[in-house]
Design a binder for this molecule. Sequence first.
Ligand code: TPP
Ligand code: SF4
Length: 310
Amino acid sequence: MARLTIPAQELMYRGHAACPGCGPALAMRLLLKGFGPRTIVSIPACCWTVIATPYPTTALAVPLLDTPIESTGASISGLRAAADALGLDDLTIVGVAGDGGTADIGLQSLSGMLERRTNAIYVMYDNEGYMNTGVQRSGATPKGAWTTTTPVQGRSRGKPESKKAIMEIVLAHRPAYAATLNPAFPEDFVRKAEKARDHAGARFLHVYAPCPPGWKFDSAETVALGRLATDSGVFPLYEVEEGAYRITRKLGELKSVEPYLRAQGRFRHFTPAEVEEFAQDVRSGWERLLRLEAETAPLPPPAKTAASTA
Ligand SMILES: Cc1ncc(C[n+]2csc(CCOP(=O)(O)OP(=O)(O)O)c2C)c(N)n1
Ligand code: SF4
């Protein structure tokens, strides 16, 4: 019988307050399967506070700390220090924050946690905007995307700036482990969550997290959209361990980005030239990743010579 690679234990309850097809909800379910029951989660203001905590209920079967939006990194440093002081070495301390609370408002706190080498996991679920407060643009919103603060009207063509490269910012701090995860690839997702749990030191997970109302797509298509994102190179899957890059879903040839863009209302205004510009950015990101993987590959073990085997 085939071995099940995804733990059966559910650490997220049904009846939570997420929208249908919510990528961040799917991500949390898989994250907790990877981290296991000895986990404490800190969550700042974001969709997940609303999903998890309509008083007096909780959607999580593990302890949950509600923290201010700018301080997720500091809160997990504090939780780690408290756990260590109590001798609770086996606890996995995790912060789960949105892209606005990570790449923008909480960036100083994340940087401090990484710089101190806090023995904890920071997860940024990336729904590419401030969704909880009404779909405003964040630093992680892709170039050209419609949001309520980057309208498409007159000469305005959505967000003028490029998506902030959070993995590059994080990797400049040399974390022990960093990876990109997509819930549309659950085995790869849970394996990376388990790997992060089993590493010591500061760890960071960048999670692709589609938001049907914010991105304007059919809520039944969350997983299909996620597969398109990775297979077109929009959200490549890779991990970086002690500086070495490894692509975990190899792609012979990138699929066209067009079906990915056309499936979402936030990109519906794109002209063929804007589609091509987006595709060009995706291609250069993918080529850069291939180069980094080749340049940082660990050296192969020395070949055995006749003398060494004698
Ligand atoms: C200092 C501060 N500024 C603004 C807010 C209001 N606020 C609450 S949730 C939120 C959106 C957070 O966006 P993100 O982190 O991307 O998570 P998402 O809502 O998309 O899940 C904002 C701006 C706040 N709580 N605290
Ligand atoms: S607005 Fe988007 S991220 Fe927030 S709960 Fe709904 S689907 Fe999830």
